[in-house]
Design a binder for this molecule. Structure first.
Ligand code: ZN
Ligand code: ZN
Length: 288
């Protein structure tokens, strides 16, 4: 199973590799920037080389860089757009330098304008980034719970963003990161077989199943359709084991990197959550 975890880069990005590997993970997600600051964080050539070496040592299969939270490429505010553009461009170059496979961005907020113009601004700004620098990695947009003016809480919107951007920049690779807690909060009740089928049908009719590249594997502390974003341990939230089983029953999802962003409440929280996902994986493999 391709199973990963979000880890801190405290002390140097290369240290995150060992943190993930020692927990039994073969995939890793990191922030290279402070997620809640506008400050641009530089990473030295030496650190980058160390990271690449460590990744080889520990045989990590997939490395994912998650964009910081502040950039909003769908914002109607010109200044925010400009800062967001700079930050994503800067971070994207670092992600390529460390040979990351994927980059994950939250599509952003239209800030009480409207969804269509929010999507258009994201498409424009993102294609400006890609015209300036076309990454080697695959650029992913993440599914959102959809609170307030947040865009990207269904696959129709995500398909529009991807199709319009790749129309403008045909040589860029784009895809989708599904966050289980986010889709559940957005209203997709993955605990129910028929709702799960509806989700897969919607994916097939929009972005396409092969566009899904990562599963952020989080249980949800909040009920289905709540639009609230609070992650819980696997099996301990509203989604429960059944929901994860349903997700893993989709053959094209099964071998994707499943990346934990669950709370780190105890020292062994990540390991416990990894074991739960692995158990589900084995059960599904065994019965298929
Ligand atoms: Zn995210
Ligand atoms: Zn979340």
């Amino acid at each position: 199973m391709n199973i990963g975890v979000h880890m801190s880069i405290a002390g140097g990005i290369h240290l995150a590799v060992k943190r993930a590997a020692s927990g039994g993970f073969n995939c890793l997600q990191i922030f290279t920037q402070s997620p809640r600051l506008w400050k641009l964080n530089q990473i030295s050539k030496q650190e980058i080389n160390l990271f690449i070496k460590e990744r080889q040592n520990y045989k990590l299969k997939y490395v994912v860089v998650h964009a910081p939270y502040l950039p909003n490429l769908a914002s109607p505010d010109k200044q925010i757009l400009q800062k967001s553009f700079k930050t994503i461009l800067h971070d994207l170059k670092i992600a390529d330098a460390i040979n990351a496979d994927y980059y994950v961005l939250h599509p952003g907020s239209h800030k009480k304008t409207d969804i269509a113009s929010g999507i258009d601004r994201l498409v424009n700004e993102l294609s400006n980034v890609f015209h300036k620098y076309t990454p080697n990695l695959t650029f992913l947009l993440e599914t959102m719970p959809g609170a307030g003016s947040i865009i990207g809480s269904n696959f129709y919107e995500l398909a529009l963003m991807i199709n319009k951007t790749t129309e403008k920049v045909p040589n860029v690779k784009m895809g989708v990161c599904i966050d289980t807690a986010h889709i559940f909060a957005a209203g997709y009740d993955i605990r129910k077989k028929n709702e799960m089928k509806k989700l897969v049908d919607e994916i097939d009719n929009t972005v396409g199943r092969n566009t899904i590249k990562i599963i952020h594997s989080n249980d949800s502390h909040e009920p289905v359709g709540s639009k609230k974003d609070r992650h819980n341990h696997i099996g301990k939230g509203e989604i429960g084991i059944k929901g994860f089983e349903n997700m893993m029953k989709v053959p094209s999802f099964r071998n994707l990197p499943w990346i934990l962003e669950t709370p780190k409440s105890e020292d062994d929280s990540d390991i416990k959550n990894r074991k739960k996902l692995e158990k589900i994986f084995e059960k599904i493999i065994g019965s298929s």
